[in-house]
Design a protein around this ligand. Structure first.
Ligand code: FAD
Ligand code: SF4
Length: 460
């Protein structure tokens, strides 16, 4: 029988309504929809989808169980390779990974692998399915710096092998970008992020928050005073970049990291918060990645007219297609081929606008994308009370500066091999701390590889 080439659509909150609230945009599949979508899968003998999943989830096997209605078994299969399925089902760029190579995508719609993963994870949580037991301890202590996806994935795999794992986290809540960066309307904190972190805790992983590794305790102390036998650095890339244009120190200029952290972690989206966030009535967001979309969509929900300023065209936007689509539906204005040259302010030091210049695309640069070139004399002003810079981030130098023998590259990223081994024996690193900026699933893949390498190292 020929498979249905059309994907089962997923229900979403109406764009006009959701533009005014922080509730989740996508409702996900119900059981009937999930089974119908799973029935389209060809259960390929050599599944390309698995080869393109950085944590190698057994995709056709779990989809087969969804098709049969065995949702608990589907959850168990996913749990063998992923500790954060409800997170990944929501935020992974499946279109460029598993779904991007699904054979059904050649002539029709690829299987909605992410939406199926999300359904299984949500169903399993709602039905209280226990996925893994705590392994007997081998008495060997491993420390992890940072509780983002890289740290959590590494911690889960090591705990399953019997290691006594402690994660040290500088913030008061665990989760890294999942907690402080990605907004509630894409990734609910209590029901999804915190629930999946609790599953990691249930494996025996300890998470100590409010610990600044490099200040409260150094990596050398972890070895010498606390008897840890290996350390995995998964401290991410939380240091924001700016453009270096005039006006960047005016009141009303935020890095996207600060803006999103205030909103997500400190509840500043609520007028009741101790430090409610200031947006004024017009916000300009500079950048074109997921971070820019998240900042813009947060500002919109806080009541501001919001414009995204990006120096290339829509084709080069690095954000997920789904995020761009959602942002447009919600009413965000996109100014493409536009780059800021100055942030304008009043005599009291507050932002009043953004002076921009029009760009055109020239020859491809090192990234393979066509280089944007300013068009002389095309400057124009955009009115704005707040400007949010979403231009990328790099790792905070604190850990590298306080750890003996740790090599970093010219971008401040920790140098590590493919398995996470650094220049210092016993110290491993992965995720954004090594790559500068990647994705949740790549960070998890790095965490899993490092767990295997740490196990090898400690067995010697
Ligand atoms: P992080 O998630 O950054 O976690 C690092 C943790 O280490 C943090 O909790 C930090 O507080 C802690 N830490 C740092 N220094 C110290 C220290 N000295 N001591 C103790 N703890 C420390 N990816 C996607 O796949 N899909 C998306 O839709 C997506 N959207 C994104 C939206 C935003 C706003 C941002 C910022 C990123 C987004 N990403 C997305 C990228 C993705 O979230 C990251 O690649 C991923 O979180 C990296 O994981 P990590 O574990 O390496 O680091
Ligand atoms: Fe199913 Fe697509 Fe994977 Fe084949 S490639 S097993 S059709 S999800």
């Amino acid at each position: 029988m020929k498979p249905n080439m059309k994907r089962i659509p997923v229900r979403e909150q109406d764009p006009k309504v959701r533009a005014t609230n922080f509730e989740e945009v996508c409702y996900g599949y119900n059981a009937e929809e999930a089974q119908a979508e799973a029935s389209r899968c060809l259960n390929c003998k050599k599944p390309k989808c698995v080869a393109h999943c950085p944590v190698s989830i057994k995709i056709p096997q779990f989809i087969e169980q969804v098709k049969l209605g065995n949702f608990a078994e589907a959850a168990r299969i996913i749990a063998e390779d992923s500790s954060l399925p409800a997170v990944c089902g929501r935020v992974c760029p499946q279109e460029s990974q598993c779904e991007g190579v699904c054979v059904l995508g050649i002539k029709g719609d690829p299987i909605a692998i992410g939406k199926l993963e999300r359904f299984v994870a949500d169903w399993s949580r709602a039905n209280g399915i226990k996925l893994a037991d705590k392994a007997p301890s081998n008495g060997i202590k491993v420390a992890i710096v940072g509780s983002g996806p890289a740290g959590l994935a590494c911690a889960s795999d090591l705990a399953k092998l019997g290691y006594e794992v402690t994660i040290f986290e500088v913030l008061h809540k665990a989760g890294g970008v999942l907690q402080y960066g990605i907004p509630e309307f894409r990734l609910p904190k209590k029901d999804v992020v915190e629930a999946e972190i609790d599953n990691v805790r249930a494996l025996g992983v300890k998470i100590e928050t409010n610990v600044v590794v490099g200040r409260t305790i150094t990596i050398d102390d972890l070895f010498d005073k606390e008897d840890f036998k290996a350390v995995f650095i998964a401290s991410g890339a939380g240091l924001p970049k700016f453009m270096g244009i005039p006006g960047e120190n005016l009141n009303g200029v935020f890095s996207a990291n600060e803006f999103l952290t205030r909103s997500n972690l400190m509840g500043a989206y609520s007028a009741e918060a101790d430090t409610p966030i200031y947006t004024g009535s017009r916000v300009a967001v500079v950048g074109g990645g997921n971070v820019a979309m998240d900042a813009a969509r947060t500002a919109l929900r806080l009541g501001a007219e919001t414009t995204i300023v990006y120096r290339r065209t829509e084709k080069e936007l690095p954000a997920r297609v789904e995020e761009v689509h959602h942002a447009k539906e919600e009413g965000i204005d996109f100014k493409m081929l536009t780059s800021p040259v100055e942030i304008l302010g009043n005599e009291k030091g507050w932002v009043t606008g953004l002076r921009c210049i029009k760009m055109e695309l020239g020859e491809p640069d090192d990234s393979g994308r066509r280089r944007p070139i300013p068009i002389a004399g095309s400057e124009f002003d955009i009115e704005a009370d707040v400007v949010i810079m979403a231009l990328g981030t790099s790792p905070n130098p604190l850990i590298a500066n306080t750890t003996k023998g740790l090599e970093t590259n010219r971008y401040g990223c920790i140098v590590a091999d493919d398995l996470g081994a650094t220049s210092r024996p016993g110290v491993f690193a992965g995720g954004d701390a090594v790559t500068g900026a990647a994705t949740v699933i790549l960070a998890m893949g790095a965490g899993r590889k490092a767990a295997a390498a740490i196990d090898e190292y400690l067995k010697k």
